[in-house]
Design a protein around this ligand. Structure first.
Ligand code: 13P
Length: 251
């Protein structure tokens, strides 16, 4: 059975001291109760090792927000999947719309990043999602299907099964405008069908598909109640331990 997962994406927020404090607060909040979902925080590269040192990895997973599309070598400023793994992190967000939009990440680049992540035993949290214009002109299902096909469908079923997907409508990210639970469910059910058509029903049923985009403690219960919504990828609300835990407790 697929897992329910709530993952925080801190993006480019917090100094090292602030980040370690936030991780400690989330870790502390997880003591003494067992959530009905896996909990993960994805943090800036600079914070990974220090955060890993202060969290209980059996209760709180740790991830990076990106990794390089090369193994190693003369790529000044880049951080490889092996480097991420060497900090103790076990997840990596790949294909976030902000990476696609601001840093030119294409499906070709993402294919390589996913392969390198898996080679280093990192679980990719792979993001897909349409922009507002595509939502409004009705092409959103096809757009997301193509993102999945182009970056992921050369993978074996065994490798595909190691992925977590995150549907993040770009128009809902950081805008306070959440997809309705019905809009999320329509897309998540569609994504599961796209996976089933390619890899079969069992792989599709076992793939966790998270929703991201202005998810908050107030709207998480409704979103997570939908049968194909297996959790959330949380930006702004993950920067405060209490609001992040409010979303974790929505399960
Ligand atoms: P917000 O929760 O801030 O809308 O961000 C969502 C997101 O991009 C998570 O990856």
């Amino acid at each position: 059975m697929r897992k329910n997962i709530v993952a925080g994406n801190w993006k480019m927020n917090t100094t090292l001291a602030e980040g370690v404090k936030l991780a400690k607060d989330v870790n502390e909040a997880l003591k003494g109760f067992t959530p009905n979902c896996d909990v993960v925080i994805a943090v800036p590269f600079t914070h990974l090792a220090s955060v890993n040192a202060v969290i209980d990895s059996s209760k709180l997973g740790l991830g990076a927000e990106n990794c390089a599309d090369h193994v190693k070598g003369a790529y000044t400023g880049e951080v490889s999947a092996a480097m991420v793994a060497s900090t103790g992190a076990t997840y990596v967000i790949l294909g976030h719309s902000e990476r696609r939009q601001y840093y030119g990440e294409t499906s070709e680049i993402l294919k390589t990043k996913v392969a390198l992540a898996l080679e280093n035993n990192l679980t990719p949290i792979f993001c897909i999602g349409e922009v507002l214009e595509e939502r409004e002109n009705g092409s959103y299902l096809e757009v997301v299907k193509k993102q999945i096909e182009d970056a992921l469908f050369e993978m074996s079923a065994a490798d595909f099964s190691k992925l977590i997907l995150a549907y993040e409508p770009v128009w809902a990210i950081g805008t306070g405008k959440t997809a309705t639970d019905d809009q999320a469910e329509e897309m998540h059910a569609f994504i599961r069908k796209v996976i089933a058509d390619k890899y079969g029903a069992e792989v599709a049923e076992n793939t966790s598909i998270l929703y991201g985009g202005s998810c908050k403690p107030s709207n998480a219960p409704q979103l997570f109640a939908k049968p194909n919504v297996d959790g959330g990828l949380i930006g702004g609300a993950s920067l405060d331990a209490e609001s992040f835990m409010g979303i974790v407790k929505a399960f």
